[in-house]
Design a protein around this ligand. Structure first.
Ligand code: MN
Ligand code: MN
Length: 467
């Protein structure tokens, strides 16, 4: 009788010592990668370095492509495509895994620096779906680029090492927060109060200068002087910068049993890293393998680095050109024959808040990679609903390769909802399903995943590329 019933139990129960060592080693590599890759730009540059070490070459280095060739293409430093040309005719389709490199954070506004009272602040506009109260009173770092008018680019990363300062957003003391504490959680911290403290020392009075030239904001002036010394910038240079405020926390092992990873940005860097390691381990696949890291997923995949742009189509067209087989409509045909895993994190069941889940259709931490047939909200609205035939195919790959997987929904019906990049590829004709690692505290400054699930995802993505 029991053979007729599906089982869903912790994957750790069947892990032997050797596998456990592999799982823990993989997690150590992952955490090291996270600690140097907090933004989409850092993900793209570090992933490109690893790909080059494995023999990937830039698309423009190839005049012609042949089976086994490894190609990368970087789109505006924020978006990366990796491909390995397959032995089979590419018309038979691609095996694509797509994750996203961006994570929720606080972006600096175009004119961020101001003074209020005795403090200099950086004004922010939050990026993605955050619970604002989670981002105050924690150590923050600043990452990104400032591009000067002449095109010179200054890379910024400050707040990560112990000898650098951190930044913080303050909050009201509980003693005087009687009125604030009565407010709804979503309204207690206003978006316009997510401003980061960056200084407190005023610029010394300069007696020589004219009274009318004197800046009334001496603390701001002092900070600008320090920034000019450190980065060679003026206040106007902020307008052509992209500076992201992120948690300064290090990725760490979590728990007495060391089973979990706590880190910022695991949505979706955990799928980025596991799919990256999978494609780096592939040689001469049967079908052409593509691993892509998109940008702007957290704000709707818009813009020329988001999945909705046509840059990915152009990249695949270029592969067809360099294989010397392109012709009208071939791109559409290739997409219609392609298969994809949309590698994005799943909402893991949190026992403290499990009433938002239907526990018979939920992703559990430590139970393996989670497959979402559909996401969406309110009657599957806005979701790409994977076809049963395709799920049967994916299931057979996972079962043949001993991958522990679970089928889940994003919470109870009508509890909320969300989306991924899956529908964008589905619209091109690709067979696609969401398939990623369950996370606790998603979109918070310190998200939690299971080392078992991360390793299982890595194995699952590798098996997919090999089929
Ligand atoms: Mn995501
Ligand atoms: Mn997300």
């Amino acid at each position: 009788m029991s053979e007729l019933l599906s089982k869903n139990k912790s994957g750790w129960e069947n892990v032997d010592d050797e596998t456990k060592t592999n799982i823990f080693n993989f997690a150590d590599d992952y955490m090291s990668f996270l600690n140097i890759s907090k933004t989409e730009r850092e993900i793209v540059s570090n992933a490109t370095l690893l790909a080059k070490e494995k023999g990937f070459k830039s698309l423009d280095e190839y005049s012609e492509l042949h089976p086994g060739d490894k190609v990368y293409y970087v789109n505006r430093n924020k978006n990366l495509y990796l491909a390995i040309i397959g032995q089979d005719d590419i018309e038979a389709g691609l095996n694509i895994i797509g994750a996203h490199a961006d994570s929720p954070r606080l972006d600096l506004k175009p004119n961020p620096l101001y003074q209020n009272g005795d403090f200099a602040y950086l004004n922010t506009h939050y990026y993605g779906g955050i619970k604002k109260y989670q981002w105050i009173t924690i150590p923050l770092s600043i990452h990104g680029v400032i591009v000067k008018e002449n095109g010179e680019k200054i890379n910024v990363s400050i707040g990560e090492s112990d000898n650098e300062p951190v930044f913080v957003i303050t909050d009201l003391l509980p003693h005087l927060a009687k009125a604030q504490q009565q407010k709804k959680l979503s309204e207690a911290i206003e978006a316009e109060k997510l401003d980061v403290v960056v200084g407190n020392i005023p610029q010394k009075e300069d007696d020589s200068s004219d009274e009318k030239d004197k800046c009334p904001d001496k603390i701001k002036e002092n900070i600008m002087k320090l920034l000019n010394k450190k980065y060679g910038i003026t206040e106007e240079d902020f307008i052509s910068s992209e500076l992201e405020v992120v948690p300064a926390f290090k990725a760490r092992t979590l728990g007495f049993d060391e089973s979990l990873v706590a880190a910022y940005g695991q949505d979706d860097k955990v799928c980025v890293y596991s799919s990256l390691r999978a494609i780096l381990n592939i040689e001469n696949p049967k079908r052409t393998a593509i691993c892509l890291f998109s940008d702007k997923e957290e704000i709707g995949s818009m813009g020329n680095t988001g999945m909705q742009s046509h840059v990915f189509d152009t990249f695949v067209s270029e592969l067809l050109n360099k294989l010397r087989i392109n012709r009208p409509n071939l791109l559409d045909k290739v997409f219609c024959n392609s298969k994809m895993l949309s590698a994005d994190v799943d909402a893991g069941v949190d026992p403290l808040y499990q009433d938002v889940n239907d526990l018979g259709n939920a992703g559990f931490i430590g139970h393996g990679i989670a497959v979402n047939k559909y996401t969406g909200a309110g009657g599957k609205y806005d979701s790409s609903d994977a076809n049963a035939e395709y799920i049967a195919f994916i299931r057979s790959i996972f079962n043949q390769n001993n991958i522990k997987y679970q089928l889940s929904e994003l919470g109870k019906v009508d509890a909320g909802g969300g989306g991924t990049i899956a529908y964008i590829l589905a619209n091109k004709g690709v067979d696609v399903i969401d398939c990623g690692i369950p996370v606790l505290s998603m979109h918070s400054p310190y998200e939690v995943t299971s080392k078992f699930d991360i390793y299982e995802a890595y194995k699952a993505y590798q098996a997919f590329f090999n089929n």
